[in-house]
Design a protein around this ligand. Structure first.
Ligand SMILES: Nc1nc2c(ncn2[C@@H]2O[C@H](COP(=O)(O)OP(=O)(O)OP(=O)(O)O)[C@@H](O)[C@H]2O)c(=O)[nH]1
Ligand SMILES: [Mg+2]
Length: 319
Protein backbone atom coordinates (compact mmCIF):
# COMPACT_ATOMS: atom_id res chain seq x y z
CA UNK A 1 0.00 0.00 0.00
CA UNK A 2 0.22 2.86 -0.73
CA UNK A 3 -1.15 6.04 -1.13
CA UNK A 4 -4.44 4.52 0.02
CA UNK A 5 -3.92 5.41 3.66
CA UNK A 6 -2.08 8.08 5.53
CA UNK A 7 -1.37 8.72 9.16
CA UNK A 8 -1.38 11.72 11.41
CA UNK A 9 -0.54 12.15 15.04
CA UNK A 10 -3.55 13.19 17.10
CA UNK A 11 -1.70 13.86 20.35
CA UNK A 12 1.04 16.41 20.98
CA UNK A 13 4.62 15.26 20.64
CA UNK A 14 6.88 14.82 23.61
CA UNK A 15 6.82 12.17 26.26
CA UNK A 16 3.45 11.24 27.68
CA UNK A 17 1.32 8.26 28.59
CA UNK A 18 -0.43 7.41 25.35
CA UNK A 19 -0.13 8.71 21.80
CA UNK A 20 -2.84 8.38 19.19
CA UNK A 21 -1.67 7.80 15.64
CA UNK A 22 -4.67 8.00 13.35
CA UNK A 23 -4.70 6.26 10.00
CA UNK A 24 -7.25 7.19 7.39
CA UNK A 25 -7.88 5.34 4.17
CA UNK A 26 -8.33 1.75 3.13
CA UNK A 27 -8.16 0.14 6.58
CA UNK A 28 -8.25 -3.45 5.30
CA UNK A 29 -5.25 -2.78 3.06
CA UNK A 30 -3.60 -1.05 6.02
CA UNK A 31 -3.87 -4.16 8.21
CA UNK A 32 -2.74 -6.40 5.37
CA UNK A 33 0.35 -4.35 4.56
CA UNK A 34 1.48 -3.57 8.10
CA UNK A 35 0.91 -7.01 9.61
CA UNK A 36 -1.03 -5.43 12.48
CA UNK A 37 -3.84 -7.86 13.35
CA UNK A 38 -7.17 -6.69 11.93
CA UNK A 39 -9.70 -4.85 14.07
CA UNK A 40 -13.37 -4.92 13.10
CA UNK A 41 -15.32 -1.68 12.62
CA UNK A 42 -16.49 -0.30 15.96
CA UNK A 43 -14.15 -2.55 17.95
CA UNK A 44 -10.76 -2.24 19.59
CA UNK A 45 -8.13 -4.66 20.91
CA UNK A 46 -4.57 -5.04 22.14
CA UNK A 47 -2.19 -5.27 19.21
CA UNK A 48 1.52 -5.56 18.49
CA UNK A 49 2.87 -2.56 16.56
CA UNK A 50 5.77 -3.80 14.41
CA UNK A 51 7.43 -5.45 17.42
CA UNK A 52 8.18 -1.92 18.70
CA UNK A 53 5.38 -1.62 21.23
CA UNK A 54 2.01 -3.11 22.18
CA UNK A 55 -1.03 -0.93 22.56
CA UNK A 56 -4.67 -0.54 21.77
CA UNK A 57 -5.76 -0.43 18.14
CA UNK A 58 -9.26 0.98 17.60
CA UNK A 59 -11.42 1.13 14.50
CA UNK A 60 -13.92 3.92 15.05
CA UNK A 61 -15.01 3.89 11.42
CA UNK A 62 -14.75 1.91 8.20
CA UNK A 63 -11.81 4.00 7.01
CA UNK A 64 -10.27 5.06 10.32
CA UNK A 65 -7.82 3.16 12.53
CA UNK A 66 -6.25 4.55 15.67
CA UNK A 67 -3.07 3.13 17.15
CA UNK A 68 -2.41 4.00 20.78
CA UNK A 69 1.19 3.20 21.71
CA UNK A 70 3.15 4.54 24.65
CA UNK A 71 3.85 8.17 23.91
CA UNK A 72 7.61 8.35 24.42
CA UNK A 73 8.97 10.27 21.44
CA UNK A 74 11.22 7.37 20.44
CA UNK A 75 8.40 4.85 20.42
CA UNK A 76 6.15 7.15 18.42
CA UNK A 77 8.94 7.98 15.99
CA UNK A 78 9.86 4.32 15.49
CA UNK A 79 6.23 3.41 14.78
CA UNK A 80 5.83 6.32 12.36
CA UNK A 81 9.03 5.20 10.60
CA UNK A 82 7.68 1.64 10.40
CA UNK A 83 4.43 2.99 8.95
CA UNK A 84 6.45 4.82 6.31
CA UNK A 85 8.36 1.62 5.50
CA UNK A 86 5.03 -0.18 5.10
CA UNK A 87 4.00 2.45 2.55
CA UNK A 88 1.63 4.41 4.78
CA UNK A 89 2.45 7.99 4.18
CA UNK A 90 2.27 10.96 6.44
CA UNK A 91 -0.77 13.10 5.78
CA UNK A 92 0.21 16.04 3.57
CA UNK A 93 0.79 19.35 5.12
CA UNK A 94 0.07 18.94 8.50
CA UNK A 95 0.96 15.98 10.23
CA UNK A 96 3.05 16.80 13.03
CA UNK A 97 4.34 15.60 16.32
CA UNK A 98 4.20 19.36 16.94
CA UNK A 99 0.65 20.58 16.45
CA UNK A 100 1.72 24.02 17.64
CA UNK A 101 3.83 24.41 14.47
CA UNK A 102 2.26 26.74 11.92
CA UNK A 103 3.99 25.13 8.94
CA UNK A 104 5.58 21.82 8.01
CA UNK A 105 8.96 23.60 8.10
CA UNK A 106 8.36 24.72 11.67
CA UNK A 107 7.40 21.18 12.63
CA UNK A 108 10.61 19.87 11.02
CA UNK A 109 12.57 22.52 12.87
CA UNK A 110 11.03 21.60 16.24
CA UNK A 111 11.71 17.94 15.53
CA UNK A 112 15.36 18.70 14.68
CA UNK A 113 15.65 20.83 17.83
CA UNK A 114 14.39 17.93 19.94
CA UNK A 115 17.02 15.64 18.43
CA UNK A 116 19.91 18.10 18.18
CA UNK A 117 22.86 17.05 20.30
CA UNK A 118 24.96 20.20 20.10
CA UNK A 119 24.27 23.46 21.91
CA UNK A 120 25.53 25.23 18.80
CA UNK A 121 22.54 23.89 16.83
CA UNK A 122 19.87 25.60 18.87
CA UNK A 123 20.06 29.20 17.64
CA UNK A 124 20.82 28.07 14.10
CA UNK A 125 17.76 25.82 13.94
CA UNK A 126 15.46 28.32 15.62
CA UNK A 127 16.40 30.87 12.96
CA UNK A 128 15.62 28.58 10.01
CA UNK A 129 11.93 29.50 9.41
CA UNK A 130 13.00 33.15 9.09
CA UNK A 131 15.89 32.28 6.76
CA UNK A 132 13.78 30.09 4.49
CA UNK A 133 11.10 32.78 4.35
CA UNK A 134 13.80 35.27 3.35
CA UNK A 135 14.88 32.89 0.60
CA UNK A 136 11.28 33.01 -0.67
CA UNK A 137 10.33 29.54 0.59
CA UNK A 138 8.36 29.94 3.80
CA UNK A 139 7.32 26.31 3.66
CA UNK A 140 9.86 24.49 1.44
CA UNK A 141 8.90 21.07 0.10
CA UNK A 142 10.72 18.01 1.44
CA UNK A 143 12.96 17.87 -1.65
CA UNK A 144 13.77 21.59 -1.81
CA UNK A 145 17.42 22.12 -2.78
CA UNK A 146 19.66 23.34 0.02
CA UNK A 147 20.54 27.02 -0.40
CA UNK A 148 23.79 26.31 1.48
CA UNK A 149 24.51 22.94 -0.15
CA UNK A 150 28.20 23.18 0.72
CA UNK A 151 27.49 23.40 4.41
CA UNK A 152 24.48 21.20 5.04
CA UNK A 153 26.58 18.10 5.69
CA UNK A 154 28.78 19.85 8.21
CA UNK A 155 25.87 21.49 9.98
CA UNK A 156 24.00 18.18 10.22
CA UNK A 157 26.76 17.10 12.56
CA UNK A 158 25.31 19.56 15.05
CA UNK A 159 22.19 17.39 15.14
CA UNK A 160 23.73 13.91 14.93
CA UNK A 161 27.04 13.66 16.80
CA UNK A 162 29.94 12.68 14.53
CA UNK A 163 32.39 9.97 15.58
CA UNK A 164 35.88 11.03 16.66
CA UNK A 165 38.37 8.22 17.31
CA UNK A 166 41.67 8.64 19.14
CA UNK A 167 44.27 6.09 18.18
CA UNK A 168 48.03 5.68 18.42
CA UNK A 169 50.71 3.63 20.12
CA UNK A 170 50.17 2.24 23.62
CA UNK A 171 51.01 4.29 26.70
CA UNK A 172 51.36 7.68 25.01
CA UNK A 173 48.57 9.36 27.02
CA UNK A 174 45.44 8.87 24.89
CA UNK A 175 43.19 8.10 27.85
CA UNK A 176 44.69 10.99 29.80
CA UNK A 177 43.74 13.19 26.85
CA UNK A 178 40.16 11.91 26.93
CA UNK A 179 39.89 12.68 30.65
CA UNK A 180 41.21 16.19 30.03
CA UNK A 181 38.76 16.80 27.17
CA UNK A 182 35.89 15.46 29.27
CA UNK A 183 36.95 17.45 32.34
CA UNK A 184 36.45 14.34 34.45
CA UNK A 185 37.84 10.85 34.78
CA UNK A 186 36.09 8.62 32.27
CA UNK A 187 38.96 6.38 31.16
CA UNK A 188 41.45 4.37 33.14
CA UNK A 189 45.00 5.73 33.00
CA UNK A 190 48.13 3.82 33.99
CA UNK A 191 51.81 3.77 33.16
CA UNK A 192 51.46 0.40 31.49
CA UNK A 193 51.00 -0.33 27.78
CA UNK A 194 47.62 -1.95 27.13
CA UNK A 195 45.73 -0.14 29.87
CA UNK A 196 42.80 0.55 27.57
CA UNK A 197 41.67 -2.92 26.55
CA UNK A 198 38.31 -2.12 25.07
CA UNK A 199 37.58 1.25 23.56
CA UNK A 200 35.89 3.79 25.81
CA UNK A 201 33.02 5.62 24.09
CA UNK A 202 31.55 8.83 25.49
CA UNK A 203 29.61 11.84 24.30
CA UNK A 204 31.79 14.93 24.62
CA UNK A 205 31.04 18.60 24.08
CA UNK A 206 34.04 19.93 22.18
CA UNK A 207 33.79 23.72 21.83
CA UNK A 208 30.00 23.50 21.37
CA UNK A 209 29.99 20.43 19.12
CA UNK A 210 28.87 17.21 20.76
CA UNK A 211 30.79 14.24 19.37
CA UNK A 212 30.86 10.52 20.02
CA UNK A 213 34.42 10.08 21.18
CA UNK A 214 36.13 6.69 21.10
CA UNK A 215 39.35 6.29 23.09
CA UNK A 216 40.89 3.23 21.48
CA UNK A 217 43.35 0.70 22.84
CA UNK A 218 46.97 1.40 21.96
CA UNK A 219 48.24 -0.12 18.73
CA UNK A 220 50.85 -2.70 19.62
CA UNK A 221 51.88 -6.26 18.91
CA UNK A 222 50.52 -8.71 21.43
CA UNK A 223 50.31 -12.47 21.99
CA UNK A 224 47.10 -11.96 23.86
CA UNK A 225 44.05 -12.83 21.76
CA UNK A 226 41.69 -10.39 23.53
CA UNK A 227 44.18 -7.57 23.06
CA UNK A 228 44.62 -8.35 19.37
CA UNK A 229 40.85 -8.37 18.94
CA UNK A 230 40.57 -5.06 20.79
CA UNK A 231 43.03 -3.56 18.28
CA UNK A 232 40.99 -4.98 15.37
CA UNK A 233 37.85 -3.38 16.82
CA UNK A 234 39.73 -0.12 17.28
CA UNK A 235 40.80 -0.13 13.63
CA UNK A 236 37.21 -0.79 12.56
CA UNK A 237 36.07 2.19 14.65
CA UNK A 238 38.77 4.32 13.08
CA UNK A 239 37.60 3.30 9.61
CA UNK A 240 34.07 4.48 10.36
CA UNK A 241 35.12 7.66 12.17
CA UNK A 242 34.37 11.13 10.84
CA UNK A 243 37.65 12.36 12.28
CA UNK A 244 40.69 10.54 13.65
CA UNK A 245 43.03 11.89 16.31
CA UNK A 246 46.30 10.17 15.49
CA UNK A 247 48.12 10.45 18.80
CA UNK A 248 51.80 10.05 19.50
CA UNK A 249 54.29 10.81 22.20
CA UNK A 250 56.01 14.10 21.45
CA UNK A 251 59.28 12.21 21.76
CA UNK A 252 58.40 9.47 19.25
CA UNK A 253 56.37 9.70 16.05
CA UNK A 254 52.88 8.17 15.78
CA UNK A 255 52.63 5.24 13.37
CA UNK A 256 51.35 5.93 9.86
CA UNK A 257 47.82 4.64 9.49
CA UNK A 258 47.66 1.90 6.94
CA UNK A 259 45.51 1.84 4.84
CA UNK A 260 45.09 5.59 4.60
CA UNK A 261 41.82 6.89 5.97
CA UNK A 262 39.01 8.55 4.13
CA UNK A 263 38.22 10.55 7.27
CA UNK A 264 40.19 13.61 8.24
CA UNK A 265 43.15 13.19 10.56
CA UNK A 266 44.51 15.48 13.25
CA UNK A 267 48.01 14.52 14.38
CA UNK A 268 48.20 15.13 18.12
CA UNK A 269 51.54 15.26 19.92
CA UNK A 270 50.99 14.28 23.58
CA UNK A 271 53.21 14.57 26.65
CA UNK A 272 54.80 17.78 25.36
CA UNK A 273 56.25 18.42 28.83
CA UNK A 274 58.89 15.90 27.75
CA UNK A 275 59.88 17.92 24.67
CA UNK A 276 58.61 19.32 21.40
CA UNK A 277 57.63 16.79 18.71
CA UNK A 278 60.13 16.11 15.96
CA UNK A 279 57.25 15.45 13.57
CA UNK A 280 54.66 17.78 12.06
CA UNK A 281 51.87 17.80 14.65
CA UNK A 282 48.59 19.65 14.15
CA UNK A 283 48.10 19.98 17.90
CA UNK A 284 50.47 19.84 20.86
CA UNK A 285 48.99 18.82 24.20
CA UNK A 286 50.13 18.23 27.73
CA UNK A 287 46.86 16.83 29.05
CA UNK A 288 47.64 16.62 32.80
CA UNK A 289 48.50 20.34 32.77
CA UNK A 290 45.55 21.18 30.53
CA UNK A 291 47.90 22.73 27.97
CA UNK A 292 46.60 22.66 24.41
CA UNK A 293 43.38 20.89 25.41
CA UNK A 294 40.98 23.74 24.52
CA UNK A 295 42.87 24.44 21.32
CA UNK A 296 42.51 20.78 20.31
CA UNK A 297 38.77 20.83 21.09
CA UNK A 298 38.40 23.96 18.94
CA UNK A 299 40.39 22.36 16.11
CA UNK A 300 38.15 19.26 16.17
CA UNK A 301 35.06 21.49 16.00
CA UNK A 302 36.55 23.53 13.18
CA UNK A 303 37.43 20.43 11.13
CA UNK A 304 33.98 18.87 11.57
CA UNK A 305 31.79 21.99 11.59
CA UNK A 306 33.79 24.93 10.25
CA UNK A 307 33.04 28.40 11.54
CA UNK A 308 32.29 29.43 7.92
CA UNK A 309 29.33 26.99 7.98
CA UNK A 310 28.07 28.21 11.34
CA UNK A 311 28.30 31.83 10.24
CA UNK A 312 26.71 31.27 6.82
CA UNK A 313 23.56 33.39 7.00
CA UNK A 314 21.70 31.37 4.36
CA UNK A 315 18.99 28.82 5.11
CA UNK A 316 20.23 25.39 6.06
CA UNK A 317 18.68 22.15 4.87
CA UNK A 318 18.50 20.30 8.16
CA UNK A 319 16.07 17.51 7.27
N1 LIG B 1 54.84 13.20 31.63
C1 LIG B 1 53.61 13.03 31.17
N2 LIG B 1 52.97 11.86 31.39
C2 LIG B 1 51.73 11.69 30.89
C3 LIG B 1 51.08 12.69 30.13
N3 LIG B 1 49.88 12.22 29.74
C4 LIG B 1 49.78 10.97 30.24
N4 LIG B 1 50.90 10.64 30.94
C5 LIG B 1 51.17 9.36 31.60
O1 LIG B 1 51.39 8.38 30.59
C6 LIG B 1 50.97 7.11 31.06
C7 LIG B 1 50.04 6.49 30.05
O2 LIG B 1 48.85 7.24 30.00
P1 LIG B 1 47.50 6.68 29.37
O3 LIG B 1 46.61 7.85 29.24
O4 LIG B 1 47.00 5.51 30.12
O5 LIG B 1 48.03 6.21 27.95
P2 LIG B 1 47.24 5.47 26.77
O6 LIG B 1 47.81 5.97 25.49
O7 LIG B 1 45.80 5.59 26.97
O8 LIG B 1 47.71 3.96 27.00
P3 LIG B 1 47.03 2.62 26.44
O9 LIG B 1 45.62 2.60 26.91
O10 LIG B 1 47.86 1.56 27.07
O11 LIG B 1 47.17 2.62 24.97
C8 LIG B 1 50.33 7.36 32.40
O12 LIG B 1 51.29 7.08 33.41
C9 LIG B 1 50.01 8.82 32.39
O13 LIG B 1 49.95 9.39 33.68
C10 LIG B 1 51.80 13.94 29.92
O14 LIG B 1 51.32 14.86 29.29
N5 LIG B 1 53.04 14.03 30.47
MG1 LIG C 1 44.36 4.17 27.22
Amino acid sequence: MTARACWSLRTPGGPGAIAIIEIEGDAEAFFASTGIARVAVGRFGLRDFFGIDRGVAARPGERTVQLMPHAGTRVVRAICDALASAGVRERDGGVSMYPEAATALEARMLDALARAASPLAIDLLADQPRRWAEAGLADPPEDAPAPDAAHSGALSRLITPPLVAAIGPANVGKSTLLNALAGRSVALVADEPGTTRDHVGVLLDLAGLVVRYADCPGLRESDNRAEREAVEIALAIVRSADLVLLCGDAGAPPPPLDPPLSAGVIRVALRTDRGRPAWPADAEVCAPRGEGVHALAALVRERLVPRSAIDDPRAWKFW
